[in-house]
Design a binder for this molecule. Structure first.
Ligand SMILES: [Zn+2]
Length: 269
């Protein structure tokens, strides 16, 4: 795919100035040396997957670990959005490195950091984004095959659509209801449709892709504070188009669960 020259220029300038950014690990509880090595290998791999998709973060990423006992390797995690950008993970280090590699939490939480914190009202956009990206990252790290990833997208979207009970109301109008009803998959995957559709439009009509756009955005614009409209305005400025804003307006106005087509393996190209 040919990258427009303006994008290449920004990518080059951004990457060259961001080369100092690194992962910084902090332990809130006692972890043995081998446990620390396992956890850091896991996060290094996930961050490497993200970097292969959109380039490095333009800031240090702070990773905090607290100890938990759970049947899952990562029972709980949340992003850190203060002066330091990062993620705090509650982990049970008795699980194997393979168990951690198959868990979606780190791909999801670290993807959140590609965009700024957008506030509670627009959480559907952030969660949709991280849900869309977590699958891309798990393909990039080799945790899932292309076929597996295609099926997972399809299953999650079909499940979200099936459980959506407001055929006459746009998804964005009912996100608060979905949250109150704890229909998190429907909430998250409805938002993910925006990014699936935007990526398809960028590839078909704009000679670029969501990954290329995110890479440029991350390095030119991510360090600024932005709300949802600001992010969309930055996207469209970078691709010299109104496609992101138009797609969002359509998304907000169309009744029913957001429309998506059949997912094919090119979803990770
Ligand atoms: Zn999330």
């Amino acid at each position: 795919m040919i990258v427009p020259r303006i994008l290449l220029l920004v990518i080059f300038v951004g990457w060259s100035s961001a080369s100092q950014a690194e992962l910084r690990f902090f332990y809130e509880d006692r972890f043995s040396e081998s446990e620390q090595a396992k956890l850091e290998t896991w996060i290094d791999e996930v961050a490497g997957g993200i970097e292969s998709l959109v380039g490095p973060y333009p800031f240090d990423v702070h990773i905090r670990f607290a100890r938990a006992r759970s049947r899952e390797p990562v029972p709980w995690a949340n992003t850190l959005r203060g002066r330091d950008q990062g993620v705090r993970f509650n982990v049970d280090p008795r699980h194997t490195l393979e168990d951690f590699r198959r868990d979606w939490t780190a791909p999801h939480e670290l993807s959140h950091l590609i965009l700024p914190y957008l506030g509670r009202d627009d959480a559907w956009f952030s969660e949709g984004f991280a849900s869309y990206m977590q699958h891309q990252v798990m393909y990039a790290t080799g945790a899932w095959t292309r076929e597996g990833i295609t099926q997972r997208y399809q299953r999650r979207l079909d499940e979200g659509a099936r459980k959506y009970k407001y055929p006459d109301r746009p998804y964005v109008d009912v996100v608060h209801k979905l949250r109150a009803q704890r229909k998190f998959r429907t909430l998250y995957w409805g938002g993910a449709v925006y990014f699936l559709n935007l990526d398809q439009k960028l590839k078909a009509n704009h000679n670029t892709s969501l990954r290329e756009l995110l890479s440029t955005y991350l390095h030119c614009c991510r360090r600024h504070r932005d709300d949802l409209d600001g992010v969309i305005a930055s996207f469209d400025r970078l691709i010299r188009s109104e496609v992101s804003a138009k797609e969002l307006a359509r998304f907000r106005a169309t009744p029913g669960f957001p429309h998506y087509g059949r997912i094919d393996p090119s979803v990770v190209d």
